[in-house]
Design a binder for this molecule. Structure first.
Ligand code: AKB
Length: 317
C-alpha cells in the first residue's frame, strides 16, 4: 500500500487506524473519509473528504483523484444496532461493500474488508472455531459479513482484485467508543471501573467471546495488507483473536488492579442472544501460518493499560 483511502473513518477502528496509517505511510498518503466531518485528528491530521459509501460516483472519483492504490473499507453498522434496523443495516453493510468493491475494481486498487466473529452462527462449532467451517449467522450484520467475505473472494477470482480481510473479534480501545455492538460491554466495563468502581453487564456470566486490544488489530491490518500474496490461501477472511473471556473473567482481571471493583448483571436479551450465537474461541492458525499473525496483548496486560488510559475520561455512549 502506498496511497490509501479509508471509509468509516470516524468509527471505533477508523479513529485509530487513520493516524496509524498516516504515521507509517505519510499523512498526505492516507485519505480519511466519513459521512460527517468531526473535528480531530482524522479530519485535521491529513486529507479528509465527506463520503457516503453507497454513493459510487463520488467514491470512484475520490479513488481516481487521490490516485489510491488501496481501499480500507470500514464503514458499517454494528450487530446490535443492525437488529433494530435490518433493512438499513443490509443496505449500508452489504450494499456499501458491493459499491466499494466495484469502485476498487474500476481502479484496480487493493481492498481490505473487516469481517467479524459475527460471520459465524449457532450451527458453527463454538470452540476453537476452524478457519473453514459452517457460516450460517442469525443476525443481519452477520449475513452481510458473510456476503462481504464471499464478494471479496469473487472479486479476487473473477477480476484478480487483491482483496484481503480479517474476522475481527470484539475490539477493545480507548480513543473512540464502539457504537451498537454486542461486544461493547468489554469497553464500557473499563470506563465504569475507573470512574465508579462497578459495572452492570448486559452480557450474562459464562458467555465467552473472542476479543482483541486495538493496537494488535491495527498492526494486523497492515501486516495482512503488506503480506506476500503468494502465501495467502484464505484471503477473505482470516480468523484472528488475542483472548477469549466472559464477563466474570474480565471483572477478575480488573479486580487485580482495583480490588474493590464489583460486577453485577442486567442481561439484555437481544445482545445476549447475539453473543450466544457467536463462537467462544477462534482457531487463528491460518492467520499465523499465512502472514505471521502474533498479537501482543493478553487480558491482564490489556487491563492494566486500559484502566490507565480511560482514567478521567467519560463514557459517552
Ligand atoms: C459487534 O459486537 O457487533 C462487533 C463485532 C464483533 O463485529 N464488535
Amino acid at each position: 500500500m502506498k496511497r490509501i483511502i479509508v471509509t468509516g473513518s470516524n468509527g471505533q477502528i477508523g479513529v485509530e487506524l487513520v493516524p496509524y496509517l498516516r504515521e507509517i505511510y505519510g499523512a498526505e498518503n492516507v485519505l480519511a473519509t466519513a459521512r460527517r466531518k468531526v473535528p480531530g485528528t482524522v479530519s485535521e491530521g491529513g486529507p479528509f473528504e465527506l463520503l457516503e459509501v453507497r454513493d459510487g460516483k463520488t467514491f470512484s472519483e475520490l479513488i481516481g483523484n487521490f490516485k489510491a492504490d488501496a481501499v480500507v473499507h470500514l464503514a458499517g453498522i454494528l450487530s446490535a444496532r443492525g437488529e433494530a434496523c435490518p433493512q438499513e443495516s443490509w443496505d449500508i453493510n452489504a450494499g456499501g461493500c458491493f459499491t466499494a468493491l466495484e469502485c476498487a475494481r474500476e481502479h484496480g486498487t487493493a481492498f481490505f474488508f473487516p469481517s467479524s466473529i459475527a460471520a459465524f452462527g449457532p450451527s458453527t462449532p463454538a470452540d476453537n472455531t476452524p478457519q473453514d467451517t459452517i457460516q450460517r449467522p442469525t443476525t443481519i450484520y452477520g449475513v452481510a459479513k458473510v456476503t462481504g467475505e464471499l464478494l471479496c473472494d469473487y472479486y479476487h477470482l473473477k477480476f484478480g482484485l487483491d482483496t484481503r480481510g480479517l474476522r475481527f473479534p470484539g475490539l477493545i480501545s480507548y480513543e473512540a467508543m464502539p457504537g451498537g455492538g454486542t461486544t461493547d460491554y468489554a469497553v464500557h466495563i473499563y470506563y465504569e471501573a475507573a470512574s465508579k468502581g462497578k459495572y452492570t453487564s448486559y452480557i450474562a456470566p459464562g458467555t465467552q467471546m473472542d476479543m482483541m486490544y486495538m493496537p494488535d488489530a491495527l498492526e494486523s491490518v497492515v501486516q495482512l495488507m503488506e503480506a506476500d500474496p503468494s502465501r495467502l490461501v484464505h484471503r477473505n477472511a482470516y480468523n484472528i483473536s488475542a483472548m477469549s473471556f466472559d464477563p466474570d473473567q474480565i471483572a477478575a482481571s480488573i479486580k487485580k488492579v482495583i480490588p474493590s471493583f464489583e460486577i453485577s448483571y442486567d442481561v439484555d436479551p437481544v445482545r445476549q442472544g447475539i453473543a450466544e450465537s457467536w463462537p467462544n474461541s477462534l482457531d487463528c492458525s491460518a492467520a499465523k501460518a499465512e502472514w505471521g499473525f502474533a498479537p501482543k496483548y493478553d487480558l491482564d496486560v490489556m487491563t492494566v493499560d486500559m484502566l490507565e488510559r480511560v482514567k478521567g475520561k467519560n463514557r459517552n455512549s
